[in-house]
Design a protein around this ligand. Structure first.
Ligand SMILES: Nc1ncnc2c1ncn2[C@@H]1O[C@H](COP(=O)(O)OP(=O)(O)OP(=O)(O)O)[C@@H](O)[C@H]1O
Ligand code: SF4
Ligand SMILES: [Mg+2]
Length: 352
């Protein structure tokens, strides 16, 4: 078996605070293979950016990986110094499209000058080489090569997004981490952005870690995914496995909270409540306070991610994953009956 490109193994991340620490990520594990497009999905505050930042030495100064291992191409990188990371990994191996990417380009510097600057720090390329590389990349993402000498403000929003993708590819990285790259865009631009990301696969070898709260985007774009809730990875697997047979209650409800072309008339699920504050070490299921199927043990101990059906890829951190297919189907039937009854009684009221 070939070695994964990135391995995240049992990672815990804590933010140190004056009063109480925040245990933002607990026991997170997943792998990304070469050329794989991998989605990390979950609602706001579940720890997606924290986990992503830990992969690139980008945690805020009060954040710390307190246990676990992060391996890139087989080498442990979680304890790399800034210098070591810059020399070996940043831009050349892993490049980032950050959350709020629209503001990530320096507004006062031409794109070509920004490319020269990055190449100057991380390679021995000449200015000419850096600029001609950027021109090639502009072509790949569908921007006119002549625009490399523009300032960021001369681009429209969609063009700026494409310029950011081009810039992230500058030093030919093997993995791109894109944190909520489409959140600031309207639906049409979101679609275009995702098409560009998708098209890149045909042009070069590239793995992607796509971070988003939108599970539908991940289903459309990624080969595999992990679903996070309250700092824990609730479920991970191939897109096919999770799309057709989700087995963690959060994934099941999350999937049903987004429109699905297979069920155009379905009422969208609302996940009531909010995740816990994570002020104490997490040794329970963080979905317990919102889960329709929670039992005592869910509040007293932490479910570990177990492989399902003997597959390596599909793993679920839920004590009741074996029963979930039938429990979820009963729940949906009850909800549909409740919905139908509500419509019927509204109809009676209208008749009065
Ligand atoms: N520097 C920090 N100090 C203390 N707590 C922090 C810090 N940064 C993030 N957190 C907390 O860590 C948790 C995870 O935050 P994170 O930004 O990783 O969430 P996220 O899933 O990326 O959310 P969003 O979708 O809103 O970007 C949250 O409870 C957040 O408030
Ligand atoms: S472990 Fe318990 S609370 Fe957590 S998702 Fe499973 S059934 Fe729900
Ligand atoms: Mg985030």
């Amino acid at each position: 078996m070939t070695e994964p490109l990135l391995e995240v193994e049992n990672v815990d991340i804590t933010y140190r605070m004056d009063s109480e620490d925040v245990h933002a990520v607990t026991d997170a594990s997943f792998t990304i293979d070469s050329n794989e497009y991998f989605g990390l999905v979950g609602e706001s505050g579940c720890g997606k950016s924290t986990l992503a930042k830990s992969l690139i030495r980008g945690l805020d100064s009060n954040g710390e990986v307190t246990s676990g291992t992060i391996r890139y191409k087989g080498e442990e990188i979680q304890d790399f110094s800034e210098k070591e990371y810059n020399e070996k990994i940043r831009w050349k191996e892993i490049a980032v499209i950050p959350q709020a990417a629209m503001n990530s380009l320096n507004p006062l510097t031409k794109l070509s000058e920004q490319a020269v600057e990055i190449a100057g720090v991380h390679t021995d390329w000449s200015e000419k080489k850096a600029i001609s590389r950027l021109e090639e990349l502009f072509d790949i993402v569908g921007l006119p090569e002549s625009r490399v000498t523009d300032y960021p403000h001369q681009f429209s929003g969609g063009m700026k997004q494409r310029a950011i993708i081009a810039m992230s590819l500058l030093l030919n990285p093997t993995l791109i981490i894109a944190d909520e790259p489409t959140t600031a865009l309207d639906v049409i631009m979101q679609d275009q952005f995702l098409k560009h990301i998708d098209n890149l696969r045909e042009k070069r070898d590239l793995a992607l870690l796509l971070i988003t709260h939108d599970i539908a985007v991940v289903f459309e774009t990624c080969d595999s995914l992990a679903v996070m809730h309250g700092g824990q990875i609730a479920e991970r697997g191939t897109t096919k496995e999770i799309f057709s047979a989700p087995r963690h209650p959060y994934t099941i409800l999350l999937q049903k909270s987004f429109p699905d072309a297979r069920y155009p008339d379905r009422e969208l699920e609302v996940i009531e409540g909010s995740p816990p504050a994570l002020r104490e070490e997490v040794d329970y299921c963080t979905f317990a306070s919102r889960c329709p199927w929670a039992e005592q043990q869910c509040r007293e101990s932490m479910p570990l991610a177990d492989s399902l059906n003997g597959t390596d890829s599909h793993a679920v951190a839920c004590f009741r994953s074996d029963e979930m297919e039938s429990l979820a189907s009963d729940h949906m039937n009850t909800n549909e009956t409740r919905h139908a009854n509500a419509i019927e009684s509204e109809g009676y009221e209208d008749d009065d």
